[in-house]
Design a protein around this ligand. Sequence first.
Ligand SMILES: Nc1ncnc2c1ncn2[C@@H]1O[C@H](COP(=O)(O)OP(=O)(O)OP(=O)(O)O)[C@@H](O)[C@H]1O
Length: 317
Amino acid sequence: MDVFEQALPTQSPNLQTVLRSASLVAASDVTVLLLGESGTGKGRLAEAIHAASPRAAGPMVAVNCGAIPDSLAESELFGHRRGAFTGAVDEAPGRIRAASGGTLFLDEVAELPPSAQAKLLRFLETGEVQTVGEATPRRADARVVAATHRDLEAEVAAGRFRADLFYRLNIVPLEIPALRERRCDIPGLARRLLVELADSHGVERPSFTKAALLRLRDHGWPGNVRELRNLCERTAILLPGREVDASNLPAGLAGESTAGADAAVALPAEGVRLEDVEADLIRQALARTEGNRSRAARLLGISRHTLLYRLRKHAIA
Ligand SMILES: Nc1ncnc2c1ncn2[C@@H]1O[C@H](COP(=O)(O)OP(=O)(O)OP(=O)(O)O)[C@@H](O)[C@H]1O
């Protein structure tokens, strides 16, 4: 089994084709753009590309561009000189130079602010890094793997992402299909994750009944493998050693569902206040995105600004 089959084991012909392309591009230094919904395994594929590349002995530096405040993006990526701005008490090489000899994984690349997009383009074209506060550029030798769950062409059309950077990143686009587009993988993944997570928590392994596996296969999985993994983790901890039937699965998994976050929304029981439901949905979205507010806002279909307002309103930390 090669590193790609190990990272993303699949029976899906579409994903198998993607993995074959990934193994071909891993051998070169070409820039790769990983596409696919949140939680489909873009991070795992990036690691596999690094591990299968001639740079495997070098560092793999992962940067979540969506988690860096806009004002710090440039210094985080390109480094800064000591004293370049208030708070720059020490010199920092930046993540691109830190990835020299290895791979730079730019996750959520669509979230980069315009100034950092311009500098990134320059690095991709010339190999030069413009450190904040320094006049002379430095060279860095990092292979770039970028990822986004967004439709980058739409971001370009909306004026939020530079067209020239898009073309420079989009040399080899690899799209990981959503879990609901490869349902054949769900039962096997669920079984494997349940065992792995029970072992990692040191609890007796539970198992899914056939009916439970069918229910899992029919769910829409808006959060993709991350959502399935979280469910398996919860199951391993709450039902150790048990045979887990469909009736033991969360109510939100009932029946066929196809797309989007709608799948997780159940009609509240009578007497429930809309306020409470809203607060609960926000908490669920934050839990699913491991506290990432930008992604939680997207999951809820509201702007980050609106989410921040509602967090304050509901006094959610
Ligand atoms: N095929 C798989 N087998 C086991 N675990 C997987 C698989 N695919 C994804 N995962 C797990 O699901 C979670 C999400 O995966 P990953 O972070 O690679 O997704 P992503 O597409 O990069 O998500 P995001 O866009 O939100 O950053 C991780 O915990 C990862 O280990």
